[in-house]
Design a binder for this molecule. Sequence first.
Ligand code: ADP
Length: 504
Amino acid sequence: MQAPNELFARLAEGTRDFLAQARHRMLIGQDWTEAAEGGWLEVVNPADESIIARVPAGGAADVDRAVRAARAAFDDGRWSRLRPSERQRLLLRLADLIERDAQVLAEIESIDNGKAAQIARVVDVGVTVEFFRYMAGWATKIEGSTNEVSVPFMPRESEFFACTKKEPVGVVAAVVPWNFPLLVAAWKLGPALAAGCTVVLKPAEQTPLSALYLGRLIEEAGFPPGVVNIVTGDGPSAGAPLVAHPGIDKVSFTGSTEVGKLIGKVAMDNMTRVTLELGGKSPMIVLDDADPTLAAAGAAQAIFFNHGQVCCAGSRLYVHKKHFDRVVADLAVHADALRIGHGLDPETQLGPLVSREQAERVCGYIDIGRQEGARVAAGGGRADRPGYFVRPTVFTSETDALRIVQEEIFGPVVVAMPYDDIDEVARRANDTPYGLGASIWSNDLSRVHRLIPRLKAGTVWVNCHNVLDAAMPFGGYKLSGFGRDMGRQSLESYLETKSVIMAL
Ligand code: ADP
């Protein structure tokens, strides 16, 4: 284990320069600015609880300025009517700049969120680069249709030309969480910008730094001012006025179901378009023909990736009773073997959780699990060191009727449960209010194909979990949300369809 100051000494020069500004500013129009009311939020490194930066505590006045800047950039056509090939070129340029500064962004993400920088470089930053490239391509492939119409109530000799046109929806409020700060911002910015929308981005108060760095790269890439605005601040002071602002045409939100419901109600008042990617309690189902060794390794990755702070984390593990003891034993070995440490330490596999509040919340659930009678097979509480570290925890339970099985924990905690037959497990897998992801572990193609349609989840993985791709839409059934991020479906959600009917 290396001391934090040794790790900081090895940071990339760009990271050190960025962190040297003790107070960061937010981007509104072409100005890097403080909050109108002058307040600041402290940004904490969850690995050692030190304050690494201060960012403006944005409020309603800042949100209003940012929305007006985005509105002006949309209405005057500097982005919405720019040639699609120009929008594509700028998005590709942005992807190149992110790739150039991948190490800096990974280190910033690690210090801000706690995750291992090596993983952030490959996953958070690497996937962001590819995602912007994928979405850049859509900018030049937006199309409507020409339609043959009948208009039965008009005289037979009348003729029409009819077509649909796609138009950008307008000004987008993108409100993002702290688990994948850069990547989820990209999930919103990519399709919005490809479609010709302008954006006000509000990063999570716990993790605002990578968005601010991205703002610099957006400027360097040459995006016109006002196309992307970044307002830092907390949910009630900055997020709430942003989503309720009458100048917003669409809200794209990723976060808790609780806040998603609030945003959905506010959006309905203004008829603002809305995409909500919310919580989950995703099942992983191991059939009796599965290889228990592979299934246990898969389960470890499904729940411990990003410390379980993943909305589609495999947090309920259903294992056929034939393999149950073996899979649980192997999973416990994986959990105990994960190297916990500072995100900048190259040896680290599992960093701290994002905040004290989150670590306490997760440990509160671990206590509840014990009180409810679940058995601890691995982990079971805070790691004995400074920082917000929680040990990867495996519970077993015979029943689903526990809070730790029903409620989203959003941490490295899985509950393994045995089952008998496939009808039973299909029913139990669906027996939560959520429906984001599910995975099936089996090589019996016939049973797999019959199970896929029975699972009420936006994504079903087979022999893998947490595998996401720019081309594949991602979102939830039931309380897991509304609409989709990624893929063509996400682009469509930033477009209005206009019908044009011309009497000839
Ligand atoms: P978590 O519980 O995981 O922190 P939240 O749903 O509270 O997730 O937060 C996700 C994002 O939503 C953050 O950027 C947060 O600031 C923002 N947010 C929180 N409350 C509100 C609100 N009432 N209106 C708009 N945004 C909010």
